[in-house]
Design a protein around this ligand. Structure first.
Ligand SMILES: *[C@@H]1O[C@H](CO)[C@@H](O)[C@H](O)[C@H]1NC(C)=O
Ligand SMILES: *[C@@H]1O[C@H](CO)[C@@H](O)[C@H](O)[C@H]1NC(C)=O
Ligand SMILES: *[C@@H]1O[C@H](CO)[C@@H](O)[C@H](O)[C@H]1NC(C)=O
Ligand SMILES: *[C@@H]1O[C@H](CO)[C@@H](O)[C@H](O)[C@H]1NC(C)=O
Ligand SMILES: *[C@@H]1O[C@H](CO)[C@@H](O)[C@H](O)[C@H]1NC(C)=O
Ligand SMILES: *[C@@H]1O[C@H](CO)[C@@H](O)[C@H](O)[C@H]1NC(C)=O
Ligand SMILES: *[C@@H]1O[C@H](CO)[C@@H](O)[C@H](O)[C@H]1NC(C)=O
Ligand SMILES: *[C@@H]1O[C@H](CO)[C@@H](O)[C@H](O)[C@H]1NC(C)=O
Length: 716
């Protein structure tokens, strides 16, 4: 069955089963009593339950007109981290107006960098300014700040410059093999972050890593820019006009990004050389100066092709820059004492279990896609639950909505909130449902803990795809159902600190769709309205999916999760090691495979037991024993909640003292994270004794023992 706002009207009256009508007043009296205990607890009963269909409300409330308006508001003025107070207050007022009366602003002191007017890149001919790239690509009258990299170190340096492709380890090895002088030079490097085309070519690399590699290679500074070659077919060279005239990337767009935050316990690992962003318009000026100087990139192998600036006269020689010319980088940001403001809305449930639904609000520029599309969708989720509240509905579990500030600075807002509430989250949080970018293309992704697979599958089954190649296709039909390991945006903090099950999902561009001007001044309302999500269908679809996932987890008295999905995912990850040829003769993974087998059997039995509770609860004939405070139900729920926590590893993963989940690595929204990163790295190195491997074993044992013990406790 497909549910959609347009396919089915909201039922106005309940259909009472014919058998019920024949029953005596006595039976009806008992029924009322029984349903009181089973379904409403002590909540006020305003409407008869069967006249109200939560799912229908959640999928019929979100509207194109509303998300468009929310997007217009959020993108209208600056709201970079540290400047979020005004939009926090507005968001709080909206959520209260929607009916979530317990909405507060949770403010936290922190330090954030803000660029000064000294920030510059200058191309010098001897001591004369030959050319000066611009650091502005958005409307400064609306308060948008110049482009910079968050927590890149301050410095004022100069040197000749070289082109270093994506700045991967291989790229620097190649340059060294070709005797290109690197030490003391400045690197011009292509960002390999958010492009689906680059991802398909397996060339993705996170921005901070390019700079770390550059530092290791002896460079003294880095300029990062986004090459149109990242955009696959959608380029001016292929006849597409640039935005606003067409779907190609504007040459003036400057991609920003963050390197960390002030709380980061691994600040020592951050790059110590300065880094500054540049537009591809300015890259044309700087890189064409290298024409004829040093080896041609085209001769350096497959990784070095795809230069999108050839169309503009860049030959992609790697340099160094000709004698007499040098580059000066002045990175100068003030580290300010400031606050981030998280908006937290709470709908109290009947148990102390929590389902948290969140997104971030801060953006580098207007942020229509990242994160405005998520924030607009979140407002529709809150509004939908608000409508349900007005109908007298109350959730089984507490639902918390969160609009975090500071995700662009290594999730500083959620980090501080999660840290403050860590004990509460550890005991009570069922799940954190995150969206970074709700809409920017047609490709659906989900990164999740296996415990949330059933929530994702059931939501994507119920909602029609905005892009059906045959009528009636659901989001899942079009997407296919591949879920990758958990991690992304604020979900990283929920997963890494208290080990809460998380999902991050959304729609992003596929290769060949309009280019998402991620983290630039062009990620604005007009781009979204005309290219990113014309018709605003993907915003609305994300809102519906998000609400249904929340309801799936917040409503059933027995948590609708599956530990069997976890065991199957383990088997899949181990299989993947095999296909990726990571097994090595020194490493015997058989013991691991056996463990997963045993986990799988225990998990199966446990899930069946949980299902038997679901099926048997609250029928007319057994309600005396099964309804109300059934200890088996709360026991089973506790096991599902505690399951994810078993993967908590106190010392932290890979030396990261704040990444405690042994199975998942934090990642950026556009990267596909790796499962079992510790094990996978150990296998790559053939290092079986790596500290990361043993805790994983220990944890699987603990999980299995817990699962079995709990089953024995409740299965009688
Ligand atoms: C959206 O904004 C427009 C212009 O401010 C307003 O006329 C309209 O009523 C708004 N629509 C909704 C659904 O809020
Ligand atoms: C820039 O922002 C100002 C202030 O919000 C606004 O009046 C102006 O129209 C904007 N200009 C452009 C080109 O968007
Ligand atoms: C950067 O260094 C150069 C050379 O030492 C100096 O002339 C210039 O004033 C410095 N700029 C800033 C903003 O510190
Ligand atoms: C780099 O320099 C080494 C040593 O001078 C030389 O043997 C080698 O051929 C050079 N490589 C290239 C690609 O020029
Ligand atoms: C990228 O990697 C995947 C998985 O390892 C592989 O299947 C694919 O062929 C690779 N693509 C390219 C262009 O190398
Ligand atoms: C509001 O919700 C918070 C949890 O987010 C809770 O601690 C607080 O007691 C609630 N306040 C009221 C007045 O219900
Ligand atoms: C819709 O889906 C088709 C494949 O069925 C794909 O080729 C196309 O790019 C998609 N377009 C949009 C706008 O979603
Ligand atoms: C549990 O989830 C499955 C889909 O994964 C769904 O078919 C079923 O109706 C859900 N049960 C409850 C009680 O919500």
């Amino acid at each position: 069955m497909k549910l959609d706002a347009f396919s089915q009207p909201i039922p106005l009256r309940p259909k009472s089963p014919r058998t019920l009508r024949r029953w005596s007043a006595f039976i009806i009296g008992i029924l009322v009593l029984f349903s009181y205990y089973c379904y409403w607890g002590t909540a006020p009963r305003i409407v008869a339950p069967s006249t109200f269909d939560l799912h229908q409300t959640l999928i019929s409330v979100p509207s194109y007109e509303h998300v468009r308006n929310w997007s217009a508001y959020y993108t209208s003025e600056t709201h970079v981290a540290g400047q979020g107070w005004k939009q926090a207050q507005w968001t709080q007022a909206k959520w209260k107006e929607f009916g979530v009366t317990n909405t507060t602003i949770s403010s936290h002191n922190t330090q954030l960098p803000l660029p000064t007017n000294n920030q510059r890149i200058i191309l010098l001919e001897n001591d004369r300014v030959f050319y000066e790239p611009s650091l502005v690509d958005a409307n400064t009258s609306a308060g948008f700040i110049p482009a910079y990299f968050g927590f890149s170190v301050n410095a004022n340096i100069s040197g000749s410059y070289v082109f270093c492709n994506f700045g991967s380890e291989e790229d620097f090895e190649t340059l060294a093999q070709h005797n290109v002088s690197l030490a003391g030079n400045i690197g011009i490097i292509k960002l390999g972050n958010a492009s689906p085309y680059v991802r398909e070519k397996n060339l993705s690399i996170f921005r901070a890593l390019s700079v770390i590699n550059a530092e290791r290679a002896g460079l003294i500074g880095v300029v990062l820019y986004t090459d149109p070659g990242n955009d696959g077919p959608i380029t001016e060279g292929n006849g597409y006009k640039t935005f606003p005239a067409g779907p190609a990337r504007p040459l003036e767009a400057i991609e920003r990004g963050g390197f960390g935050n002030i709380e980061d316990e691994n600040r020592d690992a951050l790059p110590k050389i300065p880094c500054i962003p540049m537009s591809s318009f300015d890259a044309i000026q700087l890189l064409s100066m290298l024409n004829g100087h040093g080896p041609s990139a085209k001769k350096l192998g497959d990784r070095w092709q795809e230069g999108g600036l050839e169309y503009y006269g860049v030959d992609y020689n790697v340099g160094p820059s000709p004698p007499g010319f040098s580059l000066r980088i002045i990175n100068d940001a003030d580290i300010l004492d400031t606050q981030v403001h998280n908006v937290i809305g709470t709908i109290p449930g009947k148990t102390d279990e929590l389902v948290i639904v969140g997104n971030h609000r801060d953006a580098w520029g207007p942020g229509a896609g990242d994160p405005g599309s998520g924030s607009a969708a979140l407002n529709e989720v809150v509004r939908s639950f608000g409508v349900a509240l007005q109908q007298g509905w109350r959730p089984e579990r507490t639902i918390i909505f969160a609009s975090f500030e500071g995700e662009e600075f290594a999730q500083i807002g959620s980090l501080l909130w999660v840290t403050k509430h860590v004990d509460w989250l550890r005991t009570s949080a069922v799940a954190y449902l995150n969206v970074v970018v709700a809409a920017s293309g047609s490709h659906f992704h989900a990164k999740a803990s296996p415990l949330l697979y059933s929530a994702i599958r059931s939501a994507t089954d119920l909602i029609l795809s905005p892009n059906q190649s045959s009528a009636g296709q659901s989001v899942r039909d079009v997407w296919g159902g591949n879920i990758t390991p958990a991690g992304s945006g604020d979900a990283n903090r929920f997963m890494s600190i208290p080990c809460v099950s998380t999902v991050d999902f959304g729609f992003s561009p596929a290769v060949g769709e309009p280019v998402f001007p991620y983290h630039t001044g062009f990620d604005n309302f007009e781009w979204m309205d005309r290219f990113g999500d014309p018709g605003w269908k993907y915003h609305v679809t994300s809102a519906k999916l998000w609400s249904l996932m929340a309801a799936h987890l917040a409503e059933p008295s027995v948590l609708n999760m599956s530990v069997t999905d976890y065991a199957l995912a383990f088997q899949g990850w181990l299989e993947e090691f095999k296909t990726r040829d990571l097994w090595s003769p020194e490493v015997d993974l058989k013991v691991m495979i056996d463990l997963v087998e045993r986990l799988s059997r225990a998990a199966n039995r446990f899930d069946s037991f949980a299902r038997s509770l679901k099926e048997s609860q609250c029928t007319l004939w057994n309600f005396w024993t099964k309804c109300g405070q059934n200890p088996a139900i709360s026991g089973v729920n506790k096991v599902y909640i505690a399951f994810e926590r078993q993967f908590y590893y106190e010392p932290g993963l890979d030396g990261h003292t704040d990444h405690h989940h042994v199975l998942f690595t934090p990642s950026a929204w556009h990267n596909t994270p790796l499962a079992m990163p510790g094990l996978s790295k150990s296998l790559q190195k053939g290092d079986w004794k790596n500290a990361q491997v043993r805790p994983l074993f220990a944890d699987i044992y603990r999980v299995m023992v817990l699962t079995k013990t709990e089953m024995e406790r409740y299965n009688n």
